[in-house]
Design a protein around this ligand. Structure first.
Ligand code: NAP
Ligand code: ZN
Length: 352
């Protein structure tokens, strides 16, 4: 297949695990028949961007452009695009393509397709090389992977819904979190603060586990009924066996067995936090109370649209701190110090 014609946009890229992100020029394809060309307005800063930029998962190809919480304006559409028009406000998350035919895609779970293309770091089927993410002025995405954004939501605060939002919404829905349940959320960062908001919106009694006692008041404002400082053994000892569901959003390895012990019989501990190093889990506490441990990856396209529509109906967005593109390296350092309330969002106008 001949490579489509490309055009260049400004972006922020890194050339190695120890290199800072810096201004670069990257290519995007001219829209094909089923493509949407998007001018990026805002892009959230996910901890996955940092893991990826610094090759903490071991598969990063350089140059690398992170960013998968994209809100933008449609500037052109291909000849067969029906869902979008020039001028629409749209979102793009962690996926930009998949095979569309396998059982995962047929089930609307494109994130588990073996042939899915991630927004950044996947082989680029059109231009060769690897896909570049949303720390850029523009992007071109296949129509099926573009999402509608509710008009009543603030665009900057909506960007983090495209990853932090769906990654917490999806497991809470799958494990049917609802009123009458006690739900733990571990870590109050980008994912954790959305997990607290959604679990509260679904009616659960929410308990936040944090290493930052200073976040307690925010956690309660966001929807937690209780806050437990996880480094305080006495506080942790009072939590044994009371949880139906616990969502671990932490970006570093944790002692998972501590959290397994907090589950009721048949309770579930679900990992969304994705540190690059393994964690140990003991079988006996799982066996004795028929507890489960699972993982969950973002969410498929239908569920991501459902989540955005839910947020539109309930006026739910992320709590964000907007930054300029040239503040990204400093933002990464602050994220590592858990000093973000509760998601950085890049204003791409700063790249013009
Ligand atoms: P983040 O904003 O940096 O939040 C992580 C939180 O973890 C921090 O705010 C902090 O909360 C807690 N934490 C940090 N260091 C800790 C430590 N040493 N011990 C205990 N807790 C600590 O990160 P994020 O963007 O929410 O992402 C979190 C993780 O989810 C990352 O690993 C990311 O790659 C992963 N992720 C997974 C998916 C998926 O599909 N599964 C999608 C997106 C992201 P407190 O201050 O409250 O303790
Ligand atoms: Zn993410």
């Amino acid at each position: 297949m001949a490579k489509p014609i490309a055009y260049s946009v400004k972006a922020y890229a890194t050339n190695g695990a120890a290199s800072p992100l810096a201004l670069a020029s990257i290519n995007r394809r001219e829209p094909q028949a089923n493509d949407v060309r998007i001018q990026i307005l805002y892009c959230g800063v996910c901890h996955s961007d940092l893991h990826f930029a610094r090759n903490e998962w071991g598969f990063t190809q350089y140059p690398a452009v992170p960013g998968h919480e994209i809100i933008g304006r449609v500037t052109a559409v291909g000849s067969s695009v029906r869902k979008f028009r020039k001028g629409d406000l749209v979102g793009v998350g962690c996926l930009v393509d998949s095979c569309q035919t396998c059982p995962d895609c047929q089930a609307g779970l494109e994130q588990y397709c073996r042939d899915m293309t991630m927004t950044y770091g996947s082989p680029d089927k059109h231009l060769g090389g690897f896909t570049f993410g949303g720390y850029a002025q523009g992007i071109v995405v296949r129509e099926e992977f573009v999402l509608r954004v509710p008009a009543n939501l603030n665009p900057a605060a909506t960007a983090p819904l495209l990853c932090a939002g769906i990654t917490t919404y999806s497991p809470l829905r799958r494990w049917k979190v609802c009123r009458g349940q006690t739900v733990g959320v571990v870590g109050l960062g980008g994912l954790g603060h959305m997990g607290v908001k959604f679990a509260h919106a679904f009616g659960a009694h929410v308990v936040l586990f944090t290493t930052s006692p200073g976040k307690a008041a925010d956690a309660k404002r966001l929807g937690a009924s209780e806050v437990v400082v996880s480094s305080d053994a006495a506080q942790m000892a009072t939590q044994t066996g009371r949880f139906d569901f616990i969502l671990n959003t932490v970006s570093v390895p944790l002692d998972l067995n501590t959290y397994v012990g907090l589950l009721k019989r048949d309770g579930n501990l679900v990992a969304v936090g994705a540190p690059g190093t393994p964690m140990q889990i003991s079988a006996m506490p799982m066996i004795m109370r028929r507890r489960s441990f699972s993982g969950s990856l973002i969410g498929g396209l239908p569920e991501t649209q459902e989540m955005l529509d839910f947020c539109g109906q309930h006026a739910i967005t992320a709590d964000v701190e907007t930054i300029r593109m040239d503040q990204i390296n400093e933002a990464y350092e602050r994220m590592l110090r858990s000093d973000v309330k509760y998601r950085f969002v890049i204003d791409l106008a700063s790249l013009a």
